[in-house]
Design a protein around this ligand. Structure first.
Ligand code: GUN
Length: 258
């Protein structure tokens, strides 16, 4: 960061949160803390739940025009009365550090991108750091969200994996999951992935962030039982979550260099 600042490059990230969803509050606090730790200038805009579409779009316009702000992140989900798609489309693609704008999504599809979406990119880093090459491997992604499932499948495909995306309508989910050399769980249901769904030795990546019956943070994977079958597994907390933040920091620096 010091090197960048010597060159007059000062990344600035604006984080917008609307309403008081407790999980979103935790995510936003973690993002701000990471900025402080590595020396990225950040501004938080915490707007009330009643904020109108027009007020939110006005703020995005101001941030879009700001010289000090290179990256704009609007924490999702937004309250129901707001049009999420229109909000994302209002962020200039070159400041879209989440890579949610249709232009950035399209660029990812064709493999010619500026930003990668933070969570799927974090998963790819974990796989690479563990010395695992997805080439030719059976990769199964559970979940088809725009934030994780769909881009995750695309990034694995770029690394030459054979990719299957599963979702709530998938017939015989267990059999499909048991084919996976690499299984990515992005379902949003506590301990949804059980040991009988795992091929022995498989790599299991847990993107979930849920509360169990005792209110304790847990992932989509039944960690205690699955770890006995898997060859490698990521915990929750402390697995994918910190990687997501690290990738956001990378994108914030990249935005300042564009
Ligand atoms: N909500 C859940 N994950 C994310 C994320 O990566 N970015 C934003 N903006 N909102 C989210």
């Amino acid at each position: 960061m010091a090197e960048l600042k010597e060159k007059g490059i000062n990344p600035g990230l604006a984080v917008v949160i609307v309403g008081d969803d407790p999980a979103s509050r935790v995510y936003v606090n973690n993002k701000k803390k990471a900025c402080e730790e590595i020396g990225i200038y950040s501004e938080e805009y915490a707007l009330p739940a009643e904020t109108t579409q027009e007020q939110l779009l006005d703020l995005i316009k101001t941030l879009s025009d700001s010289k000090q702000i290179n990256g704009i992140l609007v924490q999702l989900p937004l309250p129901k009365h707001l049009d999420e798609k229109a909000v994302i489309a209002a962020i200039p693609p070159e400041k879209d550090v989440d890579a949610f704008h249709p232009v950035n999504v399209g660029k990812i599809m064709i493999g010619d991108f500026d930003f990668l979406p933070c969570t799927p990119a974090g998963v790819m880093e974990l796989i690479a750091e563990a010395g695992i090459d997805p080439t030719g491997k059976e990769c199964v992604v559970i979940g088809r969200s725009n934030i994780v499932g769909k881009p995750q499948a695309m990034l694995l495909l770029h690394k030459n994996a054979t990719v299957t995306i599963c979702h709530s309508k998938t017939v015989d989910l267990k059999s499909v999951c048991r084919r996976a050399d690499i299984l990515v769980a992005a379902v949003g249901k506590a301990k949804f992935v059980t040991a009988d769904m795992i091929k022995p030795g498989a790599v299991v990546i847990d993107v979930g962030m849920n509360r169990d019956e005792n209110g304790k943070l847990c992932g989509d994977v039944d960690f205690e039982n699955v770890k006995e079958v898997a060859g490698a597994i990521t915990p929750v907390p402390g697995g994918v979550g910190p990687m997501t933040i690290a990738m956001l920091m990378k994108n914030a620096v990249k935005a300042a260099l564009l």
